[in-house]
Design a protein around this ligand. Structure first.
Ligand code: AMP
Ligand code: ZN
Length: 456
């Protein structure tokens, strides 16, 4: 049984897909106005693990991931600048160039972290008409209103607004001041924004009688419904998406389709934090994959670091902890090489596989799964094939660990040949003496089933 924590019911539930053996999965993608920081990447690693686990449970996963290349404002309350236009001004490029550049960088980060690609990428700017149609249909249903700066969703027109985040129970206290501009209610949100008077935007379209651009939330609703249908299985994002982005996606989509629930399982990854600070893309001192590479840290050591903590727990980043994770990963590489050269049948493999599956199927318990791998290595209860099978979930690239080729001089090779001859003649005294000779030249010799093995 696969159980997953569902944010909308606040508990772990048995996962059942709508269609047998198939899963529709939508994950909110990056806003491509800057590099992804390692906090953002934590969320994508969590989603990758989820997808691998679904596949391990024989589901065919239709994974849609968007690229936000317009409409995400610097302020969640629908004011502030468009992050894309701001990024373009910062770099003296067009918003389109910025989008292209950082989307490619993001895809490169995914490769470095062994995150598999979605079945389909979709860009917000490639789906403008779908978003306009969505807003028009909501207007036809009478749940929108227009202000001087855009078209807004009237959250008082539906009775379950905010159910995902339990916002109904957290109403603003009487007298609390909120800058609402022309909004009628504090939670109302922009579906479509009009370009500011006298300001030429790089990304704008003709709709609703003016120039304008989509609000941030509408893209995910329009594209997920287009590619996954009016009801689908799982929708993910970072924990910060619960109270605003996903809450608004639910309000507008369920109002449009009239079908509830729109999504059966909502899953959210906790944040990576730096001390008590959130890592934010808008700060200049954020850490990216390039920062790790400059420090010669293997990106997969960061993946290993993430796997050690459950995705629903906040994780504190420190360089010391990352370095410790890198040591752990290197030790694991060593074990993979050892297992590759080892024969012999291992008892209990079936039990081990069952136990491993139980861990990962218990709401993605990667720390438990890793601990089990180490325990089985310590007890000599795992073989190479099984470790590689488990790595289908862990994604640490263990299948690509190559034996390091050791360069040896002709002298050392001559000693090795001599030693082999001594061993063939069962002259163990001579063989030990030659081992010491070889050691003096900086090499260790080990006798394995396949002959002498040399290491440095
Ligand atoms: P963005 O590119 O800003 O739209 O964010 C991309 C994803 O990263 C979203 O799912 C966010 O929820 C997530 N995210 C943002 N900051 C963090 C963080 N510090 N730790 C983990 N996830 C984050
Ligand atoms: Zn989204």
């Amino acid at each position: 049984m696969l159980s997953l924590y569902n944010t909308s019911t606040h508990k772990k539930e048995e996962f059942k897909s709508i269609e047998k053996n198939k899963v529709g999965l939508y994950t909110c993608g990056p806003t491509v106005y800057n590099y992804a920081h390692i906090g953002n990447l934590r969320t994508y690693v969590f989603q990758d693990i989820l997808k691998r686990i679904l596949q391990y449970n024989n589901y065919d996963v239709n994974h849609i991931m968007n690229i936000t290349d317009v409409g995400h404002l610097t302020d969640d309350a629908d004011s502030g600048e468009d992050k894309m236009e701001k990024g373009a001004a910062r770099e003296g490029k067009t918003a389109w160039e910025i989008a292209e550049f950082y989307a490619e960088k993001f895809k490169k980060n995914m490769v470095d972290l062994n995150i598999s690609e979605p079945t389909k990428w979709c860009k917000a700017t490639d789906h403008i008409q779908e978003q306009i149609n969505f807003v028009q249909k909501l207007t036809d249903k009478g749940v929108t209103y227009e202000t001087t700066d855009g078209i807004y969703f009237d959250t008082t027109k539906i009775d379950d607004y905010g159910k995902l985040a339990n916002l109904q129970n957290q109403e603003l206290k009487a007298g609390e001041r909120v800058d609402m501009g022309e909004k009628k209610n504090p939670h109302d949100f922009a579906l479509w924004k009009f370009s500011p008077e006298g300001e030429a935007r790089q990304m704008e379209w003709d709709a609703f009688g003016k120039k304008g651009f989509p609000g941030w939330h509408i893209e995910c609703s329009a594209m997920s419904v287009k590619y996954l249908g009016e009801q689908f299985d799982i929708h993910c994002g970072g924990i910060d998406h619960v109270p605003i982005h996903h809450t608004n996606e639910i309000a507008q989509t369920e109002t449009l389709t009239g079908k509830k629930p729109w999504v059966n399982f909502w899953m959210h990854g906790e944040f990576l934090v730096l001390g008590k600070d959130k890592m934010a893309k808008s700060d200049d001192n954020f850490i990216t994959m390039d920062t790790l590479k400059e420090k010669n840290i293997d990106p997969l050591a960061y993946r290993y670091f993430l796997l050690q903590t459950h995705y629903r727990k906040q994780l504190n980043f420190s360089w010391e902890a990352l370095e410790a994770a890198e040591v752990g990963l290197k030790r694991l590489h060593g074990k993979v090489k050892d297992l590759k050269n080892k024969d012999g049948k291992i008892e209990r493999l079936k039990d081990l596989k069952i136990e491993f599956k139980e861990k990962i199927n218990d709401d993605l318990d990667t720390p438990g799964a890793l601990a089990l791998v180490w325990e089985s290595l310590k007890k000599d209860e795992i073989d190479y094939d099984t470790l590689l099978e488990f790595d289908k979930i862990l994604g640490l690239g263990l299948d690509k660990i190559e034996e390091e080729k050791i360069e040896i001089s002709a002298d050392v090779q001559a000693l090795l040949d001599e030693r082999q001859k001594a061993r063939d003649e069962k002259n163990f005294e001579e063989s030990d003496r030659l081992r010491d000779e070889i050691k003096k030249l900086g090499f260790e010799v080990e006798d394995t089933g396949e002959g002498q093995k040399i290491s440095q």
